[in-house]
Design a protein around this ligand. Structure first.
Ligand code: C5P
Length: 402
């Protein structure tokens, strides 16, 4: 199992002798399925070359905050948003001090301030520097703010001392990075997720569908599995790999999707992220429709309503905790609140699909979650993976309170 499958990791490399282990760390992270982008401090470059880390990560290494060419390719804010995890290894005493003070005087420290992703440090320094009260005070402050520390370990050091301050080995760090994505928030719970578009056939070669890529639903399935849920993912036709530990059921039409969902009941929690076609052609022509000269340039398709999967499941006596999505191009919150009421939901996630940077098929999203009391909680623009983890944590809290 690749524990970091598709996880985006920004690896920050500080200026310490342990930087030589960072090369191996890039390999381990990638072996576990992660995508890695490396950011080096000035000091880091004195110990290991950017070329080495570029070759191992498969991407140019990010070096300077004020480099117009690098900013044009992937700027520091973009990189901060891209990350699912920022891992700094080695984290020197100086880096820890700068981070503790919120100083942003190079690319790496700026990025740490700008990211919403979890940040983890792998300290590496001489044992006396680690034991120094200033470093220990910085460690405490960083931990209080939610920054995780991996190690340090103890043993012999490059300077000849023996004691605490050795950077953990690459494989230990990769495993600790993977642990950051695991939590027991939904432990043991059966969870049903719908995702992707549906396809409604017109004839054997044509169909009606929509622009849904399924990315948000798949990201939610992955985050829910990482939270310990037993996940069934019922998906329309999409081109996405199945997340680890997720049971995937492929369907085509809205009616297939409803049947698959009903077969997967009962479950404790339902997240309906699918963009289900509201209508389908009343009859599916048995043969390919031909151009009909008697109807001129027009073609009349009689459509009928599809079942509402979410509303149907929310009306069952064994009703799960129901979370819907409202993808709208206008009056987002009003329409979402109406859907929450009409479909008898517990929560609705409102998604502005008019904005091309966060709409269908994009890599990022920004959403608002509305509850029955009409409280609105906003989740700012970030990768769909990041939004999915934040949403799963929020939904898990509300599920437990219900
Ligand atoms: O009514 P609308 O399609 O905008 O509602 C969106 C929500 O309802 C989404 O959660 C979607 O997955 C769900 N839905 C459904 N079955 C339908 C239509 C929508 O489950 N036929």
């Amino acid at each position: 199992m690749q524990r970091l499958y598709r996880k985006r990791i920004v690896l920050g490399v500080g200026g310490g002798i342990a930087a030589y282990k960072s090369a191996e760390l890039v390999r381990r992270l990638r072996d576990h399925g992660a995508e890695v982008r490396v950011v080096m401090t000035q000091g880091g470059r004195e110990f290991i070359t950017p070329l080495t880390l570029q070759a191992l990560s498969g991407h140019p290494v990010h070096l300077d905050l004020l480099d117009p060419a690098a900013e044009a390719a992937m700027g520091h804010i973009e990189l901060a948003r891209w990350a699912d995890l920022v891992l700094i290894a080695p984290a020197t005493a100086d880096l820890m001090a700068r981070l503790a003070q919120g100083i942003a005087n190079d690319l790496l420290t700026t990025l740490v301030l700008a990211t919403n992703a979890p940040v983890a440090l792998a300290p590496a320094m001489n044992q006396a520097m680690w034991a120094d009260p200033a470093t220990q005070a910085n460690r405490q402050l960083l931990e209080q703010r939610g920054i995780r520390l991996f190690g340090p370990g103890s043993g012999s050091q490059a300077c000849g001392d023996v004691g605490m301050g050795r950077m953990l080995e690459a494989e230990e760090l990769a495993q600790a990075a993977a642990d950051c994505f695991e939590n027991g928030r939904l432990s043991g719970l059966r969870l049903l997720i719908t995702a992707g578009p549906t396809q409604e056939n017109i004839d054997p070669v044509r169909y009606i569908t929509n622009h849904s890529s399924g990315k948000m639903g798949f990201a939610l399935a992955e985050a829910a599995a990482e939270a310990g849920a037993q996940v069934t993912l019922v998906t329309g036709p999409v081109f996405l790999p199945t997340p680890d530990r997720v049971q995937r059921i492929d369907v085509v039409s809205a009616r297939d999707m409803l049947a698959a969902c009903e077969a997967a009941m009962p479950c404790g929690l339902l997240i309906a992220a699918a963009a289900v076609a509201d209508y389908r052609p009343e009859v599916v022509a048995p043969h390919k429709l031909k151009k009909d000269p008697t109807t001129g340039d027009g073609l009349l398709l009689q459509m009928v309503r599809n079942p509402d999967i979410l509303a149907t499941l929310a009306a069952r006596p064994d009703r799960p905790f129901c979370v819907g999505f409202a993808a709208e191009t206008e009056n987002l919150l009003d329409y979402a609140m109406r859907k929450l009421r009409d479909k008898n939901l517990d929560l609705i996630v409102a998604n502005d699909v008019a904005n091309p940077s966060i709409g269908f098929n994009s890599e990022e999203n920004a959403v608002s979650v509305i509850d029955r009391q009409q409280h609105v909680t906003r989740f700012g623009q970030a990768s769909k993976g990041h939004i999915a983890r934040a949403l799963v944590a929020f939904i898990a809290d509300r599920y437990r309170q219900a």
